[in-house]
Design a protein around this ligand. Structure first.
Ligand SMILES: *[C@@H]1O[C@H](CO)[C@@H](O)[C@H](O)[C@H]1NC(C)=O
Ligand SMILES: *[C@@H]1O[C@H](CO)[C@@H](O)[C@H](O)[C@H]1NC(C)=O
Length: 178
């Protein structure tokens, strides 16, 4: 359970540019909300607790993130701070495929499946071609469910630590949604 303090830290900025605008006595229009989240993926690529694993690749080639045609499947905890023992926000479930012949770009299709109090049961859908050679990758937020219906936006992806097969990836997500 999140405490009030951690919850407000997580709650990030949920703002509504205009609350409600009446065009007639009947019709009301509620413009999109903008929500900004800072989240941390706990990505483990080695050892018994690996949660990000190559599942298929080109026969005869190394199955590697830098090898065209390698597909990974992941189910990673998402936490509120970089500390893997901090409060759980949800899970990052999806896949990515090295999809450029030179091995630089990964085609990424991920759902953020929220389990925290604020967004329990809602999802955000991330997709795009990220260049792994860059320090910061950017992916589109192409949709969402629950509290994030009609979501559109973007997220940055930055690996802020890596040790013994465990990467911590910071996501800054900005989405407009209903
Ligand atoms: C999230 O929803 C599930 C299923 O309804 C429920 O079991 C769980 O307690 C909820 N978690 C939080 C943090 O509210
Ligand atoms: C993400 O947000 C954090 C906290 O505001 C900030 O320190 C960091 O520079 C941002 N990262 C990117 C890639 O914008």
């Amino acid at each position: 359970m999140l405490t009030a303090t951690t919850f407000s830290q997580l709650l990030l900025l949920s703002t509504c540019s205009i609350l409600m605008h009446s065009y007639s006595s009947e019709a009301t229009v509620q413009p999109p909300l903008t929500t900004k989240l800072v989240l941390y993926f706990q990505d483990i690529i080695a050892g018994p607790n690996a949660n990000d694993i190559p599942v298929v690749g080109i026969p005869g080639k190394l199955w590697s993130f830098s090898q065209f045609g390698t597909m990974f499947v992941a189910d990673e905890p998402i936490t509120e701070t970089p500390d893997p023992n901090s409060a759980m926000v949800g899970r990052a479930q999806g896949m990515y495929v090295t999809a450029s012949l030179d091995g630089s770009n990964v085609q990424t299709v991920f759902s953020i499946v929220f389990t925290n109090q604020a967004y329990n049961g809602s999802t955000l859908e991330l997709q795009g071609a990220g260049n792994q050679l860059q320090r910061v990758l950017e992916f589109a937020v192409v949709g969402g469910t629950g509290k994030f219906r009609f979501a559109r936006g973007y997220t940055t992806f930055e690996t802020i630590s890596f040790s013994q097969g465990h990467a911590v990836v910071q996501l800054n997500v900005t989405v407009r949604h209903d």
